[in-house]
Ligand binder design. Structure first.
Ligand code: ATP
Ligand code: MG
Length: 574
């Protein structure tokens, strides 16, 4: 490819909404351009990168034995009614009507389509297992499309769906996919971590995310420096903490008592007053839980020094979302803000307690009465209480696997694999006959990779202040032969010679043969676009020399023009 023929509108302007380096450099480097909110066109260079990532994903999926297919992007709303997701997916599901007034959606994911594809076509255990995938457009009407390709509304995903006759076989395939995914991210040249994850709206049990490590990542991941443990904060767990009961450390009363705590509404005030640690209090976090048909106040009880993890909390009460509740709403629900505790709540209030508190004694909590708290409570008295893991693991908490001190790091979710089980096959009545001739719902897994998000993720992990630094496997071209002054015939011919010999050896090479641009400008484009190497053909050609520039280090090495191609090939293979 020649620069003189390439459509590559680089620019110095940074779009005002582009805060992330990947967003800025992909637009400035002429890889993508925005066509609407959360909608992007891929320009020739961006399309090349996208295709490279697609190819790697496809090769590893094919190697793992999956079948490529393609679902229609537009799907009938009836599919989503069958699975029940037309009501639970909310506004992310974009619906529309055709000329006959029939309802359709733009696919945000394709569980329903693939169940529909397999249903009544695979009827016997003899034809299982099977894994079907495509690399196809998705549309999610995201509330806040942002960060360029990172969170678009229209985006490219590789999604695969596997069908099994048993959970054991699903678990086997889940591991096969995990290994295939690791190969994908390794080949892309990315630093990543596989972590335990929440299953979100897709549902099912057991899921893992593939996080590309980057400071700008939207996800907080909890990792153990001592062992392999890693989890998204939405699913992270820690070693259970236990504190001796209050009365074991002091001469305080040994049974539950109500004490006057006038005007003390915060954990800080109450624990100072009672001379106990914050962890020996029960904190009430009051929220509004949003359901399909209603909104109601719910209470989450956690230790005084813990914070609520909203995804865990939302799952615990099966809500679609949680919102803050204001004081008036709490009072209207019969609650005493500042003095709320799990003992003696109004009967109709839904509450859940963090599982670390199960069976704990000696804790203080609100008495559900203005100006009063209980001390020395015994949670085992609450026979009907429901316990869930509700808390956000904090840095320094102990790893439940090895006792190491957990740390936070930031990641970009680049893939997510799920053990779905029979959620969709049961809902959509998709069954097969087992070895005993008995009808059973398919056991399913599903596996996603954010293909277009990966274009951005590569740059989040690989850039400097000048621009992109593509990894060898993702670069649109491996080498840019920069002809310093393309009006000079000898320079242009020497450049073309290097270009041709690299091409003959199968190297993806581009030549900057533009006659109207100066050397500084061409070098700026090389740095902004981020090809791994440049060969600069300039003044030194008189002495038979050219310069090789390494984009990552910006180091320059002089070599004989005649050896340049061989040297580049050596660097690319190293
Ligand atoms: P997120 O939590 O980031 O919204 P998700 O959990 O909704 O992601 P999945 O449903 O698991 O995502 O989709 C599979 C993959 O598709 C994700 O791992 C991610 O890489 C990618 N993806 C999801 N939403 C978007 C988006 N709006 N834009 C680009 N890629 C996306
Ligand atoms: Mg999402």
């Amino acid at each position: 490819m020649k620069f003189s023929q390439l459509f590559m509108p680089t620019t110095k302007e940074t779009p005002s909404d582009a805060t992330l380096p990947s967003h800025q450099f992909l637009i400035r480097g002429g890889f993508i351009t925005q066509s609407g909110a959360g909608l992007y066109d891929f320009l020739p260079l961006g399309k090349k990168v996208l295709e490279k990532i697609k190819t790697i994903v496809k090769e590893e999926m094919d190697n793992a034995g999956a079948n490529e297919m393609q679902c229609s992007f537009v799907t009938p709303l009836s599919f989503w009614d069958d699975s029940g997701r037309s009501s639970t997916m909310g506004s992310e599901l974009l619906r529309f009507k055709d000329r006959k007034n029939a309802d359709y959606v733009l696919s945000p994911t394709n569980e329903e389509s693939v169940v529909n594809m397999v249903k009544n076509r695979i009827t016997s255990y003899k034809n299982l297992p099977v894994n079907l995938y495509h690399i196809n457009l998705k549309f999610r009407d995201e509330a806040r499309p942002r960060f360029g390709l990172m969170r678009g509304r229209e985006f490219l995903m590789k999604d695969a769906y596997s069908f099994h006759d048993s959970t054991e076989d699903l678990v086997r395939e889940f591991h096969v996919m995990e290994e295939a995914y690791k190969k994908v991210y390794t080949r892309l040249g990315l630093e990543f971590r596989v972590v335990d994850a929440d299953s979100g709206a897709i549902g099912g049990s057991g899921s893992k995310e593939f996080m590309v490590l980057a400071n700008s990542g939207e996800d907080t991941i909890v990792v153990c420096p001592e062992c392999e443990y890693g989890a998204n904060i939405e699913a992270a767990t820690r070693k259970k903490r236990h504190f001796n009961a209050w009365f074991e450390n002091s001469s305080a009363p040994q049974k539950c008592e109500k004490v006057l705590t006038e005007g003390m509404k915060t954990i800080e005030e109450v624990s100072n007053f009672l001379s106990v640690s914050k962890a020996q209090n029960i904190k009430a976090v009051m929220k509004k839980a949003i359901y399909e048909e209603e909104t109601k106040v719910v209470i989450f009880f956690v230790r005084g020094d813990d914070e609520l993890e909203e995804t865990k909390a939302c799952n615990a009460v099966d809500a679609l979302d949680l919102d803050d509740a204001n004081e008036e709403e709490l009072i209207a629900a019969g609650l005493n803000p500042g003095y709320c505790g799990p003992f003696g709540l109004p009967e109709d209030i839904t509450f859940v307690i963090d599982e670390e508190l199960q069976g704990e004694v000696g804790l203080a909590c609100g008495a559900n009465e203005e100006n009063y708290h209980f001390v020395n409570t015994d949670l085992s008295e609450l026979k009907e209480a429901k316990y869930f893991d509700l808390i956000a693991v904090q840095e320094g908490d102990l790893c439940s696997c090895c006792g190491g001190k957990l740390e936070y790091t930031k990641g970009i979710e680049a893939g997510h694999i799920f053990q779905l089980g029979t959620k969709y096959s049961e809902a959509m009545d998709a069954n097969f006959l087992d070895a005993n001739g008995k009808s059973q719902p398919f056991v399913m897994g599903c596996y996603g990779i954010g293909v277009s998000r990966l274009v951005a993720a590569v740059i989040e992990q690989n850039h400097d202040e000048k621009g992109c630094i593509w990894t060898k496997e993702t670069a649109p071209f491996a080498v840019d032969v920069i002809v310093s002054n393309a009006k000079k015939e000898d320079e242009l011919n020497a450049g073309l010679e290097i270009y041709d010999s690299l091409k003959k050896c199968g190297v993806e090479v581009i030549i900057d043969d533009r006659t109207k641009e100066r050397f500084g400008f061409k070098m700026g484009d090389f740095e902004l676009i981020g090809f791994p190497y440049a060969v600069v053909v300039g003044k030194k050609l008189q002495d038979g020399l050219v310069e090789i520039v390494d984009r990552k280090t910006l180091e320059k090495t002089e070599v004989n023009a005649a050896d340049a191609a061989a040297k580049i090939i050596e660097l690319l293979n190293s």
